[in-house]
Design a protein around this ligand. Sequence first.
Ligand SMILES: Nc1ncnc2c1ncn2[C@@H]1O[C@H](COP(=O)(O)OP(=O)(O)OP(=O)(O)O)[C@@H](O)[C@H]1O
Ligand SMILES: [Mg+2]
Length: 403
Amino acid sequence: MLTADLDDILDDVFERVTSSRIFKNRDVLLPDYLPNKLPHREEQIRKVASVLAQALKGYKPNNLFIYGLTGTGKTAVVKLVVKKLSEKAVEKGVKLKITFINTKRDDTPYRVLARMLEDIGIRVPPTGVATAELYSRFKKFLDKKGTLMILVLDEIDYHVKKYGDDLLYKLTRINEELQRSKVSLVGITNDVNFTSWLDPRVKSSLGEEELVFPPYTAEQLRDILKDRAEMAFVEGVLGEGVIELCAALAARENGDARKALDLLRISGEIAERSGSSKVTVEHVRRAWEQMEKDRVVEIVKSLPLHSKLILYSILLLTKGGKTTYTGEVYRKYKELTAELGIETLTLRRVGDLISELDMLGLISTEVVSRGRRGLTRVISLESDPEAIRKGLLVDPTVAEVAG
Ligand SMILES: Nc1ncnc2c1ncn2[C@@H]1O[C@H](COP(=O)(O)OP(=O)(O)OP(=O)(O)O)[C@@H](O)[C@H]1O
Ligand SMILES: [Mg+2]
């Protein structure tokens, strides 16, 4: 490409984006933005606030366990309540320390303890201290301060699945060892099976109070989107039915507000990029397709190697919209493992992995009779082949057989 062309192209793109009459403030649609109002969460706000408000009287709030599917407002509600609570505590001159840790980001026991120490003003080197030592330092310094601490552990399942519930067990017992301080725990997760990872003692202690966040309905998502859209978009650019369609599509996906907001933002971005002066339902449809493809790429990327090889076999065998069946997939898969010089799973195991791919919605399978030759499964691709290919080729091993 000639440099002049490139300049022209870039000028055009920069011009379109900077002269956008679509967004007034796109950032309010980003997942990390914390709005001041959370429609349809009054009940949950009330409950979290009433549990934690004990702290304003100097009592240790009960531990609180919060569960709800992804995008149901758990993090937003707790962050909002905790923010107001610490303002109130300052106003009333109550000693209160609130620490918010996302254990997906800070997952190791070391990181969690280091964050707790940092929050009470104690610096910790990034590595090199035994976690037992960090734990006793934390107790010592917290007691010196003589304060109440509310410790929020968000996405707590990430920590527990990797490192077990030892730290959580200690933290639920910590008050027995503190003289002048108290710690209350708030645990948040979107994993239905999370409590099965916990020792019954930890489970009952963490769950002194429990709160469930239900998925949003399409109507509720519409209210949420309307509020945000007012802040995010230039007045009048949202075409008819845009908010309604975003709400309806996200409601189908487990009432996920994050998805609804992403969809609205991406629709706006597509409109902006195409130089349109309005966001239309057509832009929403394109945004949805785009998100669906991105989702497929992510799922495929996270599959284990043998599932990827099976999926790659299916991809090859279903070119042009054809169907295939288990035996054919197994032959292709065996060729690939032989080429790579790695072990080959049994036919039975491959059958199980094919069922998993079906459950993930990447392929669809149907059992049909082949007369005397018994039953087989007819397999077809269910997701966008390009998205599947893209996800697969990120893996260097698959890329090797793909040539
Ligand atoms: N009632 C609401 N009003 C306005 N915005 C909301 C509401 N509920 C959720 N949101 C927004 O939706 C997005 C997702 O919400 P949040 O992060 O609280 O979900 P979550 O339940 O913590 O999900 P996950 O389990 O995936 O962490 C955020 O941008 C949040 O601001
Ligand atoms: Mg969250």
